[in-house]
Design a protein around this ligand. Structure first.
Ligand code: NDP
Ligand code: MG
Length: 381
């Protein structure tokens, strides 16, 4: 690997990537933040990057002052992000942006023939066919950072593509595992933000509580590994030790295990095909004692099945699913919507949206803008 461009350096994955970079002595050539200038300044002083982009243009003036005594070139806005990626000599982009905002940056990374370490699963949810075809045309790889897909990527090294029968994604089950519909109607925002095993950004934490995250991961896996989505299943695994599994044609099942620490997945993606020295603690299986597996209660958690439905409808429907989810989660975090209503709203859009055109980035933006407008009319900005 020859230098890193880190998109979303101020987020949960972004900060853990900086930790890996510092410990491995990787050169961070450029990075972006959106609004968090404290994180931006701290990382700029620690890594002395060639360039930084602040994607919220309203923060540019203050960012300029903060970096005035450094050599770092400052870019602003989405155009600035595109320009920063194009100008960087680094060969690898790690996209740790959250939401559909990560789609165009994924496209820019691939257009500039950068190897892509992808945490931003929404890029694949919204436009997976487009993104994977672009990567193929450009001759660059897309390496998953998401722990389940990182696990599957590792298990797949043990066999040939035609020998794979099933991918099994594990799910922690989130804070509400075992709750029924009635119990879910009473949960609060702080309950939803209390994830049992992973410490993540707010949006993915809510997505884990609703299990929309697992729905997104089913779509992500279908694109990354070119497999029929019906051959990808989910098992709830509370211990978050088995990160996912692959079943081969002889019914042998391989699992990848480790402590739940995203730095292992970040390092795997950055150093692939080499295995770096450990960035995480060893797994103490005797200390864990028991590993449990259960099926999802799809009545209480209908969103993974809805994601499969949206994926099978095709075109921009998964982008509609994603935009409805982003807006519903934002409304929930703003106290405008109850937890249970999140899935009702998303389901409404997936069942009423009719134009299903090809999921190019332009069509994705147009479809999601429609959803966002409808949500703004209902809940205000
Ligand atoms: P965070 O919310 O912690 O961080 C998001 C990052 O994106 C921040 O740097 C933020 O900048 C930036 N950002 C937010 N909005 C915009 C925007 N409109 N334009 C440009 N940049 C923006 O998220 P996570 O790190 O938790 O998640 C990042 C991605 O990784 C998501 O797709 C998530 O699903 C995926 N993922 C995360 C895991 C985790 O453990 N956290 C595990 C597996 C996948 P700022 O803060 O400066 O405003
Ligand atoms: Mg995951």
């Amino acid at each position: 690997m020859n230098g890193l461009i880190l998109l979303g350096a101020s987020g949960s994955i972004g900060r853990q990537t900086l930790d890996v970079a510092a410990r491995a002595g990787l050169r961070v050539d450029a990075f972006s933040v959106h609004t968090n200038l404290d994180a931006m300044e701290e990382a700029a002083r620690r890594f002395s990057p060639r360039a930084v982009c602040v994607t919220d243009p309203d923060r540019y003036a203050e960012a300029k002052i903060r970096l005035s005594d450094t050599e770092t070139k400052l870019y602003a806005g989405r155009e600035g992000l595109a320009a920063m990626i194009a100008a960087s000599p680094a060969d690898t982009v790690l996209n740790a942006l959250v939401g559909e905002a990560g789609l165009y940056p994924t496209v820019w990374a691939l257009e500039n023939k950068k190897r892509l370490a992808l945490a931003n699963k929404e890029s694949l949810v919204c436009a997976g066919d487009y993104v994977m075809a672009l990567a193929k045309r450009q001759g660059v790889s897309v390496l998953p950072v998401d722990s389940e897909h990182c696990a599957i990527h590792q298990c797949l090294r043990a066999g040939r593509a035609e020998e794979v029968k099933e991918l099994i994604l594990t799910a922690s089950g989130g804070p509400f595992f075992g709750y029924d519909k009635e119990a879910l109607k009473r949960v609060t925002k702080s309950d939803a933000l209390r994830h049992p095993t992973w410490n993540m950004g707010q949006k993915i934490t809510v997505d884990s509580a609703t299990m929309m995250n697992k729905g997104f991961e089913l779509i992500e896996a279908a694109h990354l590994f070119s497999l029929d989505i019906r051959k990808i299943s989910v098992l709830v695994h509370r211990e978050s030790v088995v990160h996912s599994l692959v079943r081969f044609c002889d019914n042998t099942v391989l699992a990848q295990m480790g402590v739940p620490d995203m730095r292992a997945c970040i390092a795997y993606a950055l150093f692939y095909p080499h295995r770096p020295e450990a960035f995480v603690a060893p797994l103490d299986l005797a200390g864990v004692g028991t590993l449990s597996f259960a099926r999802i209660d799809s009545e209480a958690f209908p969103l993974p099945a809805l994601a499969v439905e949206a994926f099978e409808k095709g075109g921009v429907m998964p982008a509609v699913l994603n935009a409805a989810n982003e807006e519903a989660v934002a409304a929930f975090l703003a106290g405008k919507l109850s937890f249970w209503e999140i899935s009702d709203i998303i389901s409404h859009f997936v069942h009423t949206y009719t134009t299903v055109c090809e999921a190019t980035p332009e069509n994705v933006s147009a479809a999601s803008a429609e959803v966002r407008q409808a949500m703004a009319a209902r809940f205000g900005k």
